[in-house]
Write a protein that binds this ligand. Structure first.
Ligand code: GLU
Length: 480
């Protein structure tokens, strides 16, 4: 079998993490078997359409390296790949179903349908259309069509018996036909519903593996009935588990943790995002967790996808991002960090030096802010900061250290890591004290913080002589 899978997003304006995972799994299934992966845009629901969505979809797939073999912008043998450009095809197939009595015209007004809905609500039953229009005579139908009475086309589902379908993840599922609503296939605007278009297109585009979110599982029996009505082969279904923030809550747009863009804006690398979402519901069966896209293509087996909802673990994705950041060259790290530096720091620094201090201890760019904000402006700190048991520093000895440091550093003509080191070492020797007696108070005075990227000398280099001297003087004032 030649494997063909597809990613079929609706243009809703942003790339949900769950959608990107669907795209990734579909891509991996195809590429693992040397098959084809294609992109189809499902835009028949005009109300959900958001301007600019197509660009978001195309850019995200390109950026993450999920290259498709066929799609709206590159064409292919099975096009067009945008559903609104295939409108006539769906109508043609809906009419075929009408001929087979597997579908029918429905002319019911909105008022009548609303009434049916409120009736079912009143008796607490799920709403189902009552098939009234199935019993219209040929003449009545023709009359209505001639008079341009608005219509939809509905699927004609049996009311007895059961429909069974297979899902790779969820197994065999059997549903009583009496539960199947006669869903709308063609809407009154002439466009197909997603429910109809996905079946027609998956067949015409010869899709072998349908990967999609678990929310479509309950509709799958109705899709199977459509395949059967046409006499078409049913594809392999892979419904992926939900992705949750925690046991109760979904990821949400509002909290900035739902879309690919949200994670990019926080500074996650695209490699991290892709690697992490691969693990949302799938595992390779080993303890390994770091995979490139090529690794995934080799080892991905969709049969190992889990049914249980996947919990999105921010701690873990942060850790993973830290691992990816460590692998970058210093220059790459610096280039990627720069927009985040510029957000926090208005003054100029030796950013490459700053990056060398941060690269091994940074998990996420957007968390760096509090590690570096002291550079532009010394924070207001308490003099207690100088008291450190392990460093053996007190306010008293810190004061004398800072006074000695001030003299020694002031006299330096050249301000480099080496000269500062030499100056401080000479001081340590002369006073015959432990390193920490000098270095801890200096770090406190320069940063106003207990934790800093790099040590006192690194910070002094970054700040430059004038600013360092000013801060040491401030420390002295504070301790006097
Ligand atoms: N257009 C659907 C969505 O964006 C895709 C469902 C499918 O892949 O069949 O949710």
């Amino acid at each position: 079998m030649k494997v063909r899978s597809r990613f079929a997003p609706s243009p809703t304006g942003f790339m949900h993490i769950g959608n990107l995972r669907t795209a990734l799994y579909a891509y991996l299934i195809a590429k693992h078997e040397n098959g084809k992966f294609l992109l189809r845009i499902e835009d028949t629901d005009k109300e959900r359409f958001v301007e600019g969505s197509l660009e978001v979809i195309l850019n995200t797939l390109k950026e993450t390296g999920l290259f498709y073999d066929e799609g709206p912008d590159i064409g292919g043998e099975y096009g067009p790949y945008i559903q609104s450009e295939r409108k006539t095809i769906y109508m043609e197939y809906a009419k075929k179903l009408i001929e087979k009595n597997e579908a029918y015209y429905c002319f019911c007004s909105k008022e009548r349908l609303d009434m049916l809905k409120s009736n079912s609500e009143a008796v607490k039953r799920p709403y189902k259309y009552d098939k009234k229009c199935l019993y219209l005579t040929k003449e009545e139908i023709e009359e209505n069509l001639k008079n341009n009475v608005p219509f939809v086309i509905r699927q004609n589902n049996p009311i007895n018996g059961t429909t069974v379908f297979d899902d790779i993840i969820y197994g065999k599922i059997s549903v009583d036909n009496s539960e199947l609503d006669d869903m709308i296939l063609i809407k009154s605007d002439g466009y197909p519903t997603y429910n109809f278009a996905n079946v027609v297109d998956d067949h015409l585009m010869e899709i072998t593996h349908v990967v999609r979110g678990q929310e479509y599982l309950s509709s799958a029996p109705k899709y199977n009935r459509l395949y059967e009505a046409f006499g078409w082969e049913i594809p392999i279904y892979i419904h992926c588990p939900l992705i949750m923030k925690d046991a109760q809550n979904k990821l949400s747009k509002r909290f900035g943790d739902a879309s690919y863009e949200d994670f990019k804006n926080k500074g996650y690398l695209k490699e991290t995002i892709l690697n992490y979402i691969a693990l949302l519901g799938w595992s390779p069966g080993t303890n390994e967790e770091i995979f490139s896209l090529d690794d995934l293509i080799k080892i991905f087996d969709y049969r190992n996808i889990n049914k249980a909802p996947a919990i999105f673990d921010e701690k873990k994705i942060k850790w993973l991002n830290g691992e990816y950041l460590k692998k970058l060259s210093l220059e790459e790290f610096n280039d990627l960090a720069m927009p985040f530096y510029k957000k926090t720091l208005k003054k100029e620094y030796d950013f490459l030096k700053l990056s060398s201090l941060l690269q091994l201890r940074c998990e996420l760019f957007s968390d760096m802010q509090e590690q570096i904000d002291f550079l532009d402006e010394l924070p207001d700190y308490e003099s207690d900061l100088y008291i450190h048991k392990k460093m053996k520093t007190t306010k008293e000895n810190s004061l004398s250290s800072l006074e000695a440091i001030l003299d020694s550093l002031r006299s330096l003509n050249c301000w480099t890591e080496d000269t500062i080191h030499e100056g401080l070492n000479a001081l340590i020797q002369r006073l015959n004290v432990k390193n920490s007696i000098i270095l801890w108070p200096l770090r406190c005075a320069l940063s106003g913080k207990q934790f800093t990227p790099g040590g006192a000398v690194d910070i002094a280099v970054l700040l430059g002589k004038d600013e360092s001297i000013k801060r040491i003087e401030k420390g002295i004032d504070k301790l006097r």
